[in-house]
Design a binder for this molecule. Structure first.
Ligand SMILES: [Zn+2]
Length: 237
């Protein structure tokens, strides 16, 4: 039994060492994914702004065409005025010239405000492109660094876990199951205690139970948090 408890302590030590790598092995790819997500958001914003710019450019072209049609209409109306034979015709021609001029003015204003919109959209598009370029560059750098770091972490994790199977083989399958169950929910399967307190949940152990733990003749759970308790004097021999 004592050998089992010693093996259990060794196992816990290995798993704890590996767990420190595990958290970074998990967090690092998540951080890179987050950065990739941010770049994707920028890319989507950029696509939206490109569409807005294209729409404004198309509208400006349409309005410019209308403007040139109105210019032709104005010239025709003026010519008609010059050929008028009576006051009624002069009046009608003048009204047409005025109306056409008003339309031209409206179209010109519209084209001018579209020009402004296109200018500012082009500038914000350039800014977004710059931001995206930076984000992509940072992503590539971070990704390369993360890959190196992950390889290093995996290598070191393998080192601390070397021989784990042999150690696990010294623990009964029943105890192993309890250990793994605790480990999957609490992050650790056993605690090594120095006094009568469970170092996982801080419970002060009943005196009789503490005596049993000190004897190291069987595996004992904490009555409160159910973690396996080992006494340092038992496992460090
Ligand atoms: Zn406890």
């Amino acid at each position: 039994m004592r050998d089992e408890l010693v093996a259990l302590a060794k196992l816990a030590e290995m798993d704890l060492a590996a767990w420190e790598f595990d958290s970074e092995l998990k967090e690092l790819p998540e951080r890179i994914d987050g950065m990739r997500g941010d770049a994707q958001v920028l890319e989507n914003l950029l696509a939206g702004e490109r569409q807005q710019l294209e729409a404004a450019v198309a509208l400006r072209a349409e309005r410019a065409d209308e403007l040139s049609l109105r210019m032709t209409a104005l010239a025709k109306a003026k010519a008609k005025g010059a050929q008028s034979r009576n006051l009624k015709q002069v009046d009608a021609a003048e009204r047409e010239v005025e109306a056409t001029r008003r339309t031209i003015k409206e179209r010109e204003d519209e084209v001018a405000s579209l020009e402004l919109a296109i200018e500012s959209k082009t500038a914000s598009l350039a800014e977004r492109e710059r931001q995206l370029g930076e984000a992509m560059k940072m992503l590539a750098t971070e990704q390369a660094a993360a890959e190196l770091r992950l390889a290093e972490l995996r290598r070191r994790r393998e080192v601390v876990l070397a021989g784990r199977e042999e150690v696990a083989a010294r623990v009964s399958s029943r105890t192993m199951k309890r250990y793994e169950r605790q480990r999957s929910t609490k992050g650790k399967g056993v605690v090594v205690i120095d006094d009568g307190t469970c170092s996982n949940c801080r419970m002060h152990l009943p005196a009789q139970l503490y005596i049993e733990v000190q004897k190291g003749e069987e595996s004992i759970d904490c009555p409160q948090c159910r973690i396996l308790l080992l006494h340092r004097a038992v496992v460090e021999v």
